[in-house]
Design a protein around this ligand. Structure first.
Ligand code: HMG
Ligand code: MG
Length: 298
């Protein structure tokens, strides 16, 4: 039976910030990641070595990564789209990366200016270098429950892309509902289908909360046996190449639900709430976390 420990992959400093209008200085991002490191989170996605013209907010990736306190036992993966991104990341000592593609051709074209096959071809030399350098690689599949351009995404397409990333050497595949349109029964069926091709222990779920379905979808996927959940402190962000997509599910809300179910995360909820409230103030916006709103209400 699945374990009672759930690993949270905190993506707030990357997925959370990449779509924020307010440009945060590097020292605020460094302070965010250092605060997250103190909460007990085991995996904190730190930034993204993509083209700064495509994602200006994360143009300071090298400075941010170099500046964070690397807490022993905490992993700090970064997003990498190609060999150029890999080299920039390695120059500042990155030990874990994430590559990303989509289940929808139309979305992938908008996001990385390439077809799914072309984007995977770009990963081949990245994966070879990573293997030689002892760098761990995670893989993302976007638009697993719907695409802003193509609409419906067949489950078979999700399975095919997830299987390819896994066969290429990604130790874990994160299944992303980029635009947050999924509902629990569909999320469950999608995960079940992917788990026929990739072991459940190598799968993660990544829900955006655009339609308010994220926690319900996570619960359905936990019931299927998944034990890795991506989330963003304060529920920030979204994808700049997915119009209307709002933030990731808030980490505070996920941790609250998991602890309420008797599952363990190793995360100190009070410290996480304090960090979420602090980040919302830095961004001059109200937090999207219901738990943080409830706990910090005047
Ligand atoms: P392109 O324009 O086709 O790239 O972009 P290119 O190879 O033709 O290069 C064009 C210019 O970009 C060149 O500069 C390159 O040097 C530069 P120029 O000679 O014109 O001055 N360049 C780079 N610079 C820095 N770092 C790099 C890099 N690569 C090229 N790594 C590219 C192709 C993939 C680069 C671009 O489309 C890109 O960066 N896209 C990233 C988009 C992005 O970050 N989207 C959000 C992340 S995905 C997501 O959020 C979903 C997820 O959360 C899961 C979910 O929710 O579903 C993961
Ligand atoms: Mg995302």
């Amino acid at each position: 039976s699945p374990s009672d420990h759930v690993r949270i992959v905190e993506v707030g400093a990357r997925d959370g910030l990449q779509n924020e209008k307010t440009l945060l200085p590097a020292e605020v991002k460094i302070a965010l990641i250092d605060r997250l490191s103190a909460t007990g989170l085991a995996t904190i996605e730190a930034t993204s070595f993509v083209s700064p013209r495509w994602v200006p907010q994360l143009a300071d990736a090298a400075e941010v990564f170099a500046g964070i306190r690397k807490v022993p036992g905490v992993r700090y993966p970064v997003l990498v789209p190609n060999l150029q991104g890999y080299e920039r990341a390695r120059a500042v000592g990155v030990r874990e990366i994430a590559v990303f593609t989509a289940a929808s051709e139309a979305f992938n074209r908008k996001n990385v200016n390439a077809s799914i096959d072309e984007s995977i071809e770009r990963f081949v030399p990245v994966m070879e270098r990573a293997k030689a350098d002892g760098v761990a690689v995670r893989g993302y599949v976007s638009t697993v429950l719907g695409c802003p351009y193509q609409g419906e995404v067949p489950v078979a397409d999700v399975v095919r892309v997830a299987e390819r990333l896994h066969a290429l050497g990604c130790y874990e595949i994160s299944l992303g509902d980029t635009i947050g349109v999924g509902t629990p029964a569909r999320a469950r069926a999608m995960l079940r289908a992917v788990a026929q091709a990739v072991p459940m222990t190598a799968l993660a779920v990544h829900f955006h909360d655009t339609y308010g379905q994220a926690l319900a979808n996570i619960l359905a996927c936990l019931e299927e046996g998944v034990r890795v959940v991506d989330s963003a402190v304060s529920g920030t962000g979204g994808c700049p190449y997915a119009k209307g997509a709002t933030g990731n599910v808030a980490s505070e809300d996920v941790v609250y639900m998991l602890h309420g179910m008797g599952l363990h995360t190793g995360v100190d909820l009070d410290l996480l709430v304090a960090t979420g409230a602090w980040l919302a103030a830095q961004l001059h916006k109200e937090t999207a976390s219901r738990v943080t709103r409830a706990r910090t209400a005047a």
